[in-house]
Design a protein around this ligand. Structure first.
Ligand code: ZN
Length: 369
């Protein structure tokens, strides 16, 4: 191992100490059947801006439709939320609903805590589709919906995102972050949300941070997609060039090939210097020199059960802290004038040595001067 390699190892290890990166999450199965949903929305009451909750719900549907010409969402002002004889709520009656409630057919366990709202979906596996969605806003919190500007709108856009098949995102700018703060400004979809939409309902090329073409080392065509980028503003914008003082977060998402859903596998992250010195992220969260590019260590296990897509974690998980490669500060000066390239890949357990990867890297550079 040469000396510059050792130096880079330390620097990369440092930048990866500071946390994970995980972007949008596509819940499986999806998409919406026929890419369309009509909700029977019974939402009496009024937002602080004077708009009825029903009108606010329509506005929230529009936020998603404005961002994708391929989905059709509408709402009818009618109460259709009913409990079945089996006490299963209305999640299995083929009717999409949006309502206020403080229990699911008598089961109030969902709404006793801090839950603001829930989205329940009924899905089919073959073909894979979301058949029904029910959004329930916590009736115990109605006063907050009536009092805080933009609160209902924000929560509604988030829950509608779930009914479109999107899970939570760690990108702070995303509407799909698991915890919403109250009284924020009008919800706007982030680049992360737009990429989720592009992957599920549009064309991957519509995602501004698509990492080139999905390729496989066996040369066979694949519909795997790789998405990611570096940001210093929580994911509102992504870019390549940073100041040494910038606090950088790198997010990445691997969308597995359709034929690989539910198969066990590993994530891989390879970093390259401008000189072509290679490092691989190990499961310990740090980057180590990559000795054999045909045998890349695992950066973590693929999530096999729930998602057709998986997250590339570039550090340790911490629920309360924004993932960041921030503490480069102090050591980053040694990277001034340099670019580091991060490539995302995955492999399947039963096909070792065969990699699926994005043709373009996430670039992070600290220009000199
Ligand atoms: Zn949620």
């Amino acid at each position: 191992m040469n000396l510059p390699g050792t130096l880079q190892t330390l620097l990369l290890a440092c930048c990866l100490m500071c946390g994970p990166a995980q972007a949008f999450e596509l819940s499986f199965p999806a998409p919406l059947r026929n890419n369309s949903h009509t909700y029977y929305a019974h939402l009496p009451g009024t937002q602080p801006d004077g708009l009825s909750f029903f009108e606010g719900f329509i506005r929230s549907l529009t936020v998603w439709m404005d961002a994708s010409g391929n989905i059709r969402l509408s709402a009818i002002d009618e109460e259709r939320e009913v409990c079945s004889d089996a006490g299963q709520g209305s999640t299995q009656n083929g009717v999409n609903t949006a309502s206020f409630a403080d229990s699911f057919c008598g089961d109030d366990s969902y709404f006793s805590g801090s839950t603001i709202a829930e989205a329940l979906t009924q899905t089919s596996w073959n073909p894979s589709a979301i058949l029904e969605s029910d959004i329930v806003f916590n009736g115990n919190r109605k006063q907050q919906f009536e009092s805080f500007d933009h609160h209902f709108h924000h929560v509604a856009v988030h829950e509608i995102g779930h009914t479109l098949g999107f899970g939570h995102s760690a990108v702070r700018a995303s509407i799909m972050v698991p915890r919403l703060s109250q009284g924020r400004r009008d919800p706007v979809l982030s680049i992360d949300d737009l990429c989720a939409l592009a992957m599920r309902y549009g064309s991957p090329e519509d995602c501004p941070i698509l990492l080139g073409e999905g390729l496989s080392t066996n040369g066979l065509p694949t519909d795997a997609e790789f998405v990611g980028g570096a940001t210093d503003d929580s994911g509102w914008t992504f870019r390549e060039r940073f100041e040494p003082s910038d606090r950088i977060t790198i997010y990445g998402t691997v969308v597995k090939d359709r034929t690989h859903a539910f198969r066990r596998g590993d994530l891989h992250v390879v970093a390259s210097t401008e000189d072509g010195v290679l490092f691989a992220r190990h499961a310990d969260g740090n980057f180590h020199p990559l000795e054999d590019p045909e045998n890349i260590p695992s950066a973590g296990e693929l999530d096999v059960d729930l998602y057709a897509q998986d997250l590339v974690i570039m550090g340790t998980r911490h629920p309360d802290r924004e993932p960041s490669v921030g503490p480069l500060i102090g050591t980053v000066y040694q990277l001034v004038g340099q670019t580091i390239y991060f490539y995302l890949a995955y492999s399947l357990k039963d096909r070792p040595g065969e990699y699926y990867y994005g043709s373009e890297p996430i670039r992070v550079s600290w220009p000199s001067g």
